[in-house]
Design a protein around this ligand. Structure first.
Ligand code: NAP
Length: 345
């Protein structure tokens, strides 16, 4: 089997660290792994599965001997360095938002729209973390019942704002419990935004407010636009994104309306047999997904599946996934593995 020279850009970050673990533990066939980050991390050692990786500084020369690069160092880094990598013949799988809505860049969750990988031109975009777990959970329901409308509220973990987001929750929680003043420097993770404490709080803003769609944030519009791009249809979607004091793992309360009437047993059966999805739904034993249960897992967990009280064609469900994994690192590596399987890499 062919082996690839892999680069991870942003390897020291919350996502990048999981990318290194996923490349190794999910058996991406690598010949070498080059870990890249900013000059601040140059020389730092990353340990994984008994191996040590010395972090190198990302420069324009970083891609001379690379076949596949997983990018996760922010949109501005992808904007500058992905084209350089592509010009060296590197296939780039980009976890940032920068290329997601570009017309010539496929946006892919393998179990949802792997066919779109066929028209890539060197760049494949990994969707937003909240989008991935939603489209993955709903895929088979859409195939059978034809989803027309989605109303979703998210409960997003602080690690969605990277290492700094997790640190902020940790520091603020300690400060509150020790009766110390609470400082807010990171959330709601949006450049130039006013900051609020997240410890013992919820913040109904993720990213900046969108200048075009009045009242909605950019994070909310990512879920709308990216879902339509991957489902290839103009589905109606209404999103509210909220940051909650959870370290890791996004949760979503999702309501769907479908063209065809929904049979609950069929819906549960579809969810139980969807690729990458696990049905955790036994209310008689209080079994349902929660973010603390599945940290580090690549799976999307679904529970609280119930029909609408009044409509035959509507269903509610609760969807949880470790967004650093399924919503970012694992999906990126899974894209690479799928490309190998499809002879596209
Ligand atoms: N966190 C999530 O749940 C999630 C989910 C989906 C997508 N994403 C996206 O993934 C990207 C990374 O997120 P994260 O949560 O991992 O953030 P993070 O923890 O803050 O990590 C950022 C990474 O980018 C590197 N970096 C920053 N500036 C750089 C520069 N000038 N040159 C080279 N590397 C640089 C950092 O290196 P240093 O350590 O050297 O500073 C670090 O490795 C973002 O675009 C984010 O939107 C995140």
């Amino acid at each position: 089997m062919k082996k690839y020279r892999v680069a991870i850009v942003g390897a020291t970050g919350a996502v990048g660290r999981e990318m290194l673990r996923c490349v190794i533990q999910y058996h991406f066939p690598y010949e070498s792994i080059t870990c890249l980050a900013s000059s601040r991390s140059k020389g730092k050692i990353l340990e994984q599965d008994g191996m040590q990786f010395v972090v190198e500084e990302l420069t324009t020369e970083s891609f001379n001997d690379i076949d596949v690069a997983f990018f996760s160092a922010g949109g501005s880094i992808s904007k500058e360095f992905v084209p350089i990598a592509v010009s060296h013949g590197v296939v780039c799988i980009d976890n940032t938002s920068y290329f997601r809505m570009h017309k010539d860049v496929p946006l892919v969750v393998p179990e949802v729209n792997a066919e779109d990988l066929k028209w890539h031109h060197g760049i494949i975009a990994n969707p937003n973390c909240s989008t991935i777990q939603m489209v993955s959970a709903l895929k088979r329901l859409d195939d059978v019942f034809d989803i027309q409308r989605i109303v979703v509220s998210t409960y997003q973990a602080c690690s969605g704002a990277g290492n700094a987001g997790m640190q902020e929750l940790h520091d603020q929680s300690l400060a509150v419990l020790q009766d110390q003043p609470v400082e807010a420097h990171v959330l709601p993770a949006a450049a130039d935004a006013k900051h609020y404490p997240i410890a013992f709080n919820c913040i109904p803003q993720i990213d900046l407010f969108d200048p075009i769609n009045e009242g909605y944030t950019k994070e909310e519009m990512k879920m709308v636009n990216e879902t339509q791009k991957m489902y290839h249809k103009p589905i109606d979607i209404n999103v509210t994104c909220v940051r909650v004091p959870v370290l890791r793992g996004h949760s979503e309360s999702i309501y769907i309306e479908t063209a065809k009437p929904i049979d609950l047993a069929t819906a549960k059966d579809l969810l139980a047999h969807s690729t990458g999805v696990e049905l955790m739904d036994d209310i008689s034993h209080q079994i349902y997904p929660m973010p603390i249960l599945n940290v580090g897992s690549p799976t999307v967990y679904v529970g609280r599946v119930r029909k609408d009280l009044n409509k035959e064609n509507a269903l509610s469900l609760w969807v949880v996934a470790d967004q650093l994994m399924k919503g970012a690192a694992y999906n990126s590596i899974d894209i690479g593995l799928k490309m190998i399987e499809m002879n596209l890499l």
